[in-house]
Design a protein around this ligand. Sequence first.
Ligand SMILES: [Zn+2]
Length: 263
Amino acid sequence: MGCRETGHGYLRINGIKVIADGSLGARTAWLSRPYNDEPGNSGRLNYDKDTLLRIARESDEAGLQLAIHGIGDATIDLILGIYEGLGGASRLRHRIEHASVLREDLIRRIGRLGAAVAVQPHFVVSDWWVIDRVGVERARYVYPFRTLVNAGARVGFSTDAPVEPLNPFETVYAAVTRGRYENIELLRYTENETLSVREALHLYTCGSAYLLHEENHVCRLEPGYLADFIVLDKDPLGVDDRELREMKVLETYVGGVRVYPAD
Ligand SMILES: [Zn+2]
């Protein structure tokens, strides 16, 4: 962990991931109230609180960014308490990973901290059963991407591959359609959380770059930035939203050099 840079720019250790709770699918994400479809169970924390706090302090002191996996609202509450105790999340940009179930008070705290949140929009489509788990009353707390951004959270996208599809356009498609074409029940309660293609692409480029401390190198095609970019077969801002998942990458450039297709 002492080595943060490998020297050639392709591999860097930013921080550590801590898996503080489980998943909604397995009913192991830690909720502040029991699961709708298993009333005796609220999920659980994978660590005792003191251990989690010690890991967080040691990581912070070592200058390593924390990326704490928190899916249930009780876990996210605890993570925010830790980040608030560390004097805010801004310097190392400590992250909350997933942040799936977010009560309004948690969103306000995330906004106040300007905390970094890594979300995986494809969960919206994969977790088609999520209303069974949390019930209708908590539906509006699930994957509230627009509310998070509006509150001042620093949001970035990721795929969560290999759990979710590796193709990033599946993630863009899910953020924009929110399961409209798959009849996902969550959409009915959270239609206001859909994003435009432009917003989704921004969060997936500049948003994610901020989470990685990379916003001064990538995410813009401007002098002084690395020329990392792709060439697509169609304009994502011009296609029908159903076609977003079918976007094809024709060419990939890294640092201005074409790496795909290879010569
Ligand atoms: Zn995770």
